[in-house]
Design a binder for this molecule. Structure first.
Ligand SMILES: NC(=O)c1ccc[n+]([C@@H]2O[C@H](COP(=O)([O-])OP(=O)(O)OC[C@H]3O[C@@H](n4cnc5c(N)ncnc54)[C@H](O)[C@@H]3O)[C@@H](O)[C@H]2O)c1
Length: 357
C-alpha cells in the first residue's frame, strides 16, 4: 500500500492488520474513535479485490460507526473490522476463533458484531475466544438478530419524519414503498401494515417477495426499484444496498420522505442538497438504522429486549431534534445529524477532566 494509513489522513486512532497463515485469516480492525467509550461495530466478511479496497472500506465504515453510536446516545466509540475473502469458502471455526483472539488482544478497545457475511452463529464461535463480542444468539445470552430493532427504529424514524412534514406521526393511509424486503425490510413491512399504511414492495429475490405476500396479502409489488421510485408514493424506504439515491433517482422520485434501513444511501456528496431543494425530507440513514446497534450493545449489560426496544424508540425523538436543528441552521438533515454527533463526541470526553476522587 503506497499511501498507507497515515497518508490517507483518515483521523483514525488505531488500525490493526491481523494475519494467521494456517486458517487464511487476513483481517483489518479499524478503531476510529474511543472518545465516548470502547469502539463497537460489526465484522464484514467480503472478497475484496485488493487489500487497499478492504482498508478503504474499513476506514469509512468505522468512522460511520463512531457517528452512528454517538448520535444513538450510546457510550460507545466507533470501530469496524473486515475479513478479506469469500465467506462461503474461507469461513471456518478455526478462522473465526483466530480472529476472536485478535479482537481479544485489543483488550476491549474494539467490540465486534455481525455485518455483511457474518451471522449470529459466527459471533457465538468468536465468543469462545473473546468477551468483546455482541450479536450472539439468544441461547448464549446475546441479543440475537439485530434486524428486529433496526426495522423498529426505521419505523420510528418514519413516524418522526411524517410528523415533521405533515404535522402528525400517523402513517395510516400513507403510501410507502419498500425496496428490499430481506431481514429488515420484511419486518418493517409488518410495522407499516399494522399502522394502516398502503405498502408497495420490490426485491430482486423472488423468495423474499413470496414471504411478504404470504404474511401480508394486501401488499402490492412492482418489478424493480426503478419502478418503485417512479411510483406514486408518500414515503420511500431503501432497505437493500447502499447508493440508492443518485442524481437520476432524485430526479424521478415522487415521495416526499426518504427513510430506510440501507447504509450509505446517498450515492455521492451533494445528493442531500438536491433532495432538500426538491422538498424531499431525507431521514439520515445512520440515525434511523441505529436500532440494530442499540439492540446488540444492550448485550453488554445483559440483554433485555424491552429495555433495548425503549432505547430504540428514542430514534423518534432524535430524528425530530435533527430535523429541528436542520431547519434552525438551514442545512440538510444529514448535516445536522453529523453536527449533533460531532458535538457529543467533542463535549463528553471533556468531562474526564473533572476528577471524581
Ligand atoms: N440487519 C441489520 O440489523 C441492519 C442494521 C443497520 C443497517 N442495515 C442495512 O439495511 C440494509 C438491509 O439489511 P438486511 O439485513 O435486511 O439485508 P438482507 O440481505 O437480509 O436484505 C436485503 C434485501 O435486498 C434485496 N435486494 C438486493 N438488491 C436489490 C435491488 N437492487 N433491488 C431490490 N432489492 C434488492 C435482497 O434480495 C434482500 O432480500 C443493508 O443495507 C444493511 O447494511 C441492516
Amino acid at each position: 500500500m503506497t499511501e498507507g494509513v497515515f497518508g490517507r489522513d483518515s483521523g483514525h486512532e488505531q488500525v490493526v492488520f491481523c494475519h494467521d497463515a494456517h486458517t487464511g485469516l487476513r483481517a483489518i480492525i479499524a478503531v476510529y474513535s474511543t472518545a465516548l467509550g470502547p469502539s463497537l461495530g460489526g465484522t464484514r466478511f467480503h472478497p475484496y479485490a485488493t487489500e487497499s479496497d478492504a482498508l478503504d472500506d474499513v476506514l469509512a465504515l468505522s468512522k460511520g460507526m463512531a457517528y452512528k453510536n454517538a448520535l444513538a446516545g450510546l457510550d460507545l466509540g466507533g470501530g469496524k473490522a473486515v475479513i478479506i475473502g469469500d465467506p462461503k469458502t474461507l469461513k471456518s471455526e478455526a478462522l473465526l476463533r483466530a480472529y476472536g483472539r485478535f479482537v481479544q488482544s485489543l483488550g476491549g478497545r474494539y467490540i465486534t458484531a455481525c455485518d455483511v457475511g457474518t451471522y449470529v452463529a459466527d459471533m457465538d464461535v468468536i465468543a469462545r475466544e473473546t468477551r468483546f463480542v455482541t450479536g450472539r444468539s439468544r441461547d448464549e445470552g446475546g441479543a440475537g438478530d439485530s434486524s428486529v430493532l433496526t426495522a423498529f427504529g426505521v419505523f420510528q424514524g418514519m413516524r418522526a419524519s411524517a410528523e415533521h412534514l405533515w404535522g402528525s406521526p400517523e402513517l395510516r393511509g400513507r403510501r410507502v414503498g419498500v425496496a428490499g424486503v430481506g431481514k429488515v425490510g420484511h419486518i418493517l413491512v409488518g410495522h407499516l401494515v399494522e399502522a394502516g399504511a398502503e405498502v408497495v414492495v420490490t426485491d430482486v429475490a423472488e423468495e423474499a417477495i413470496d414471504r411478504v405476500r404470504r404474511a401480508h396479502p394486501g401488499v402490492e409489488t412492482v418489478p424493480d426499484a426503478d419502478a418503485l421510485v417512479r411510483a406514486d408514493l408518500d414515503i420511500y424506504a431503501p432497505c437493500a444496498l447502499g447508493g440508492a439515491l443518485d442524481d437520476a433517482t432524485v430526479d424521478v422520485l415522487r415521495a416526499r420522505i426518504v427513510c430506510g434501513a440501507a447504509n450509505n444511501q446517498l450515492a455521492h456528496a451533494g445528493v442531500e442538497k438536491q433532495l432538500d431543494e426538491k422538498g424531499i425530507l431525507f431521514a439520515p440513514d445512520y440515525l434511523v438504522n441505529s436500532g440494530g446497534v442499540i439492540q446488540v450493545s444492550d448485550e453488554l449489560h445483559g440483554f433485555d429486549f424491552e429495555r433495548a426496544k425503549r432505547k430504540a424508540g428514542t430514534i423518534y425523538d432524535t430524528a425530530k431534534a435533527v430535523f429541528a436543528l436542520a431547519a434552525d441552521e438551514g442545512v440538510p438533515p444529514v448535516t445536522a445529524a453529523d453536527r449533533l454527533a460531532e458535538r457529543r463526541m467533542a463535549e463528553l470526553p471533556r468531562l474526564r477532566s473533572i476528577h471524581t476522587g
